[in-house]
Design a protein around this ligand. Sequence first.
Ligand code: NAP
Length: 253
Amino acid sequence: MPETTRRVAIVTGAARGIGAAVARRLAADGMAVAVVDLDATATATTVSAISSAGGRAIGIGADVSDADAVRAAVDRVAGELGGPTVLVNNAGITRDNLLFKMTERDWDAVIGVHLRGSFLMSRAAQAYMTEAKWGRIVNLSSTSALGNRGQANYAAAKAGLQGFTKTLAIELGKFGVTVNAIAPGFIATEMTAATAERLGMSFEDFQKAAAQQIPVGRVGQPDDIAHTASFLVSEGAGFVSGQVIYVAGGPRD
Ligand code: NAP
């Protein structure tokens, strides 16, 4: 795509893990990418990986659950790269505990990053998408949306994102904007490494145990999600909207 028509994408939580893989992939697809994460310095690795592969990226520090920070971040993207018409709401945290031990702070933190964060980012970015009469929003849900012991906060947020996705798809469709969700199963990242540590298992043993339950016989990698995101934000995916795609190495119901 020539520089003048290059799409501008924002990927949140893109300093590492799934977000970093998505950012690199969208850049390889020809998009200019804003790599957003809590700490601006943490975005440097992703930004330089994109730059050294010949792509265009900027790193921005912003807490997606902070309305002022989101507004400033999206304004900066528009100023430096152009109006963002692709948004991947990927930033996420876990604060796992059984219900009787879950604190209000852990509930609010998880709901705040996933749900409020995706709401704030989408509200800010949609202005550019509706103006361009073209846009793509992808929200990161999870198989945990179907229920997962110790994750009442996270499961509620990820199930909430599915309703959010479908509603935005209905509201924004007439502007050429599609909105979809990806619901990953087990993906090897620092998030799942931290879960292994919490359970007192080595990450290797944790992955081996998980792979035994997965029909394709392996755990997922960040690139598995990046590939799906690349499809959903592509020009040709304009008739796919309001969907939740489980990327989990097998079916989920
Ligand atoms: P990860 O390795 O923990 O990376 C998440 C990134 O998001 C981190 O760089 C983190 O920054 C950033 N972040 C956290 N809170 C933020 C905020 N308020 N504002 C901006 N950035 C923030 O996680 P991951 O495994 O790649 O997961 C990415 C997404 O996929 C999440 O939404 C997650 O729930 C979802 N997901 C993951 C899996 C899996 O198996 N890994 C499965 C299903 C769904 P800090 O390092 O500063 O905290």
